[in-house]
Write a protein that binds this ligand. Structure first.
Ligand SMILES: [Zn+2]
Length: 475
């Protein structure tokens, strides 16, 4: 689903490079989308119900949008973001949309503006320019599209040309929605929609309700999660269930990249935490130790590990208290990898059977730490710019920062990491255009012949993510 209305969107402004970039982009514009990491609700595709109104689809769940409006004094409740205590929030889609349109200028120069505009035009075919004065016209046009059968989730999935989409579930998820997808021919191993094993809520002592979640993990698996060996056995059992539902990777969202091998102390720490007598530092040590345990499990069961460190979750405490997690209250922090990953790399860094994809929210680490690490350890791959860095400028800086040390082939390909299903093709298209521009410069500077640049384009857009995340036979 290539872009039609702005064919040179994000391509270099210099005419020589632009011509080369057009040629390179044309190689990949129609290629299927591999989406190995994201947070689309699998219910969407399992049940294939029509999407709700445009605001419930595009505004309410988009924390990039609601956080910007909050930063200008518009509380999330006025944008329909549900409250934790059930206190009333705006539910009228049109009123939410008008409020958003009144503040559309706040998004000038941001990727949110680009993603939304491209979603309006390329996904929904709505070309009216959004202004406060056209809010109703755009809303009505989008709502009319959403009522058409061609705009149901599965129809859009086909139109978006998605080959595989990974969602993310906790080990406590019963994977019922993925079972439904498998029964309909959409899921299961090698399927179009697969899950990802995300154990943070049963690993992170700081996670709300950790101990209760570990109890639940025991109930689900029949293992005694009152003991550390039982806890590990339960995690292994859930990994096996996730693999049976198509998972090829795990995902670990930690405040830092710290890894540790606690040895026998791990069980002591676990017991302490289960008794509710955890000491300061236990949560960080246990998260760090569990990364080594998960690396060991990955060596056995083959799941690719993704490490997403560096977010201070729920930094905006008022927002968290009022609206819960994942609504825009997280802030990146300085993240160190070289020493933090030492224990993991000492143990398994040179073992090519292990595959760890590293992400960052700290752009400073691309050149100094991550490119040298990914360019020097067989087990490491460099993940795509993520979250606050998932923007045209940083995607470009990413290639400029890491390619000379890590090359292209120690990177893992683009990851959209999105909850917003309708933005998936747009986000992949943006990444493809930026890569085309970067490679066009290498060609223009006589650093790479055009045919090799074209091959690299296809690798970055399609072959690499497919291989790295073990989708398809060539893993
Ligand atoms: Zn994610």
């Amino acid at each position: 689903m290539p872009t039609s209305t702005r064919p040179d969107l994000l391509l270099p402004a210099e005419p020589g490079q632009r011509a080369l970039a057009r040629e390179l982009y044309a190689q990949v514009a129609q290629l299927p989308i591999i989406s190995p990491h994201g947070h689309v609700d699998p219910t969407l595709l399992a049940e294939d119900q029509p999407f709700p109104d445009p605001s419930q689809l595009l505004i309410v769940p988009d924390h990039y949008v609601t956080r910007m409006l909050l930063s200008q004094g518009i509380p999330p409740g006025e944008l329909g973001v549900p409250s934790r205590d059930g206190s009333p929030v705006e539910t009228d889609g049109r009123r939410i949309w008008r409020r958003f349109a009144d503040h559309w200028h706040l998004f000038r120069g941001t990727p949110s503006r680009l993603w939304l505009e491209q979603t309006f035009t390329e996904v929904f075919g709505v070309h009216t320019r959004l202004t406060p004065g056209t809010a109703d016209e755009v809303y009505d046009a989008l709502a009319a599209r959403l009522a058409e059968p061609g705009f149901r989730p599965r129809a859009l999935f086909e139109r978006f040309n998605i080959e595989v989409l990974a969602t993310t579930e906790s080990p406590l998820d019963d994977l019922g929605r993925h079972a439904k997808l498998a029964a309909d021919g959409w899921g299961g191993p090698g399927g179009r929609v697969v899950t990802t094993f995300r154990p943070d809520n049963v690993v992170d002592l700081d996670f709300e309700g950790w101990s209760t979640s570990v109890d639940r993990l025991g109930e689900i698996t029949g293992e005694d999660t009152g003991t550390y060996p039982g806890y590990l056995a339960a995690l292994r059992a859930r990994r096996a269930a996730f693999i049976a539902a198509g998972a090829t990777s795990s995902d670990h969202g930690h405040p830092t990249a710290l890894t540790l091998d606690l040895g026998a102390d791990a069980a002591t720490l676990f017991d302490r935490a289960r008794r509710g007598t955890a000491e300061p530092g236990d949560a960080e040590a246990f998260r760090a130790h569990m990364l080594l345990e998960f690396a060991r499990m990955s060596l056995d069961d083959g799941l690719v590990m993704q490490l997403h460190p560096g977010a201070v979750r729920n930094h905006n405490r008022w927002l968290h208290a009022r609206h819960g997690r994942d609504v825009g209250g997280d802030i990146p922090q300085v993240t160190e990898y070289v020493h933090a990953l030492g224990p993991l790399l000492d143990a398994y860094g040179n073992d090519p059977r292990l595959r760890v994809v590293l992400y960052t929210l700290d752009e400073d680490t691309f050149t100094r730490e991550l490119a040298p690490l990914a360019g020097g350890y067989a087990a490491l791959l460099l993940g795509a710019p993520w979250w606050f860095l998932d923007s045209p400028e940083v995607l470009r800086r990413f290639r400029e920062s890491v390619t000379e040390t890590a090359g292209f082939y120690n990177t893992a390909g683009f990851v959209d990491d999105t909850r917003a299903f309708c933005s998936i093709p747009v986000r992949h298209d943006v990444a493809r255009r930026i890569d085309a521009g970067f490679l066009a410069r290498l060609v223009a500077e006589h650093r790479l012949p055009l045919d090799e640049a074209a091959e690299t384009m296809v690798d970055l857009a399609y072959r690499l993510p497919k291989r790295v995340f073990k989708f398809g036979e060539e893993s």
